[in-house]
Design a protein around this ligand. Structure first.
Ligand code: 3PG
Length: 213
C-alpha cells in the first residue's frame, strides 16, 4: 500500500489544515462541521488534551466530509490510539525510530515532521514523500523551505508553526508546498464561546487562499 497516495488527496483537498486544541470533546463535532462547511475538510486534532481522542472519535464517526486527523502524535502508543479512534491520518512534529516503525505497521498514513535537509532525507529513505515542515517560521520560513526545493525534489511539505492568513499565500506559492497547517482558523475564544459562525467564516477565508505566486 502506498501511504503517500492515501495522504496526498487528504492534504491536497484544501490549502489549509486547521490545527485544533480541543479541551471539551463536546465542541469537536460542531467545530469540525463549521470547518468542513467553510471548505476545510482535513482537520488535525492535537493529542495535547485529555479530550483529544474522544474528539477524534466523534469527528470520525459523526462529521460527514471530514478527514479526522490526530496531531502531536509522539510515539507508537499514541499512533495506535489515534488509529483506534478512527483517525484517517496522523501528524507528528518530528520523527523517531519507534514512531516510524509503528507507522510502517499501520494502514493510517503519517505526516512526520522535519526541519532540516538531513531529517527530510532520513524520512525519504523510509518512503515518505510528504512531510510537515515544523516549526516553519522559527526554522527559517519561506526562504528556507524554498531553498530545500532544488536539492530535495520529490518531497512536498505542509509548513506549520507561525503560519498565518497573511503569510500563507507565500508558502502556498512554493512548488514544494502541498498545503499549510495553522491554528488561526479555530481561535480558542471562538471555540469556548461556541461561535461556529465565526469559525466557518475563518475557514471560508482560508479555503479561498491561493498562492501569492
Ligand atoms: C502547533 O504546534 O500548535 C501548530 O504547529 C500550530 O502552530 P500555530 O499556532 O503557529 O499555527
Amino acid at each position: 500500500m502506498d501511504r503517500n497516495a492515501v495522504l496526498e488527496p487528504v492534504l491536497a483537498a484544501a490549502p489549509v489544515v486547521p490545527v485544533l486544541t480541543i479541551e471539551d470533546a463536546s465542541t469537536a463535532v460542531p467545530l469540525a462541521r463549521a470547518l468542513v462547511k467553510g471548505g476545510l475538510p482535513a482537520i488535525e486534532i492535537t493529542l495535547r488534551t485529555a479530550a483529544a481522542l474522544d474528539a477524534v472519535k466523534a469527528v470520525a464517526a459523526e462529521v460527514e466530509g471530514a478527514f479526522a486527523g490526530a496531531g502531536t502524535v509522539l510515539d507508537a502508543a499514541q499512533l495506535r490510539q489515534a488509529e483506534a479512534a478512527g483517525a484517517v491520518f496522523a501528524v507528528s512534529p518530528g520523527a523517531s525510530p519507534g514512531l516510524l516503525d509503528a507507522a510502517a505497521d499501520s494502514a493510517m498514513p503519517l505526516l512526520p515532521g522535519a526541519a532540516t535537509a538531513s531529517e527530510a532525507m532520513a524520512l525519504m529513505e523510509r518512503g515518505y514523500e510528504i512531510l510537515k515542515f515544523f516549526p516553519a517560521g522559527p526554522a527559517g520560513g519561506i526562504a528556507y523551505l524554498k531553498a530545500l526545493a532544488a536539492p530535495l525534489p520529490g518531497v512536498r511539505f505542509c509548513p506549520t508553526g507561525g503560519v498565518s492568513l497573511q503569510n500563507a499565500p507565500d508558502y502556498l506559492g512554493l512548488a514544494n508546498v502541498i498545503c499549510v497547517g495553522g491554528s488561526w482558523v479555530a481561535p480558542q475564544d471562538a471555540i469556548t464561546a461556541g461561535d461556529w459562525q465565526r469559525i466557518e467564516e475563518l475557514a471560508r477565508q482560508a479555503s479561498g487562499l491561493r498562492s501569492a505566486a
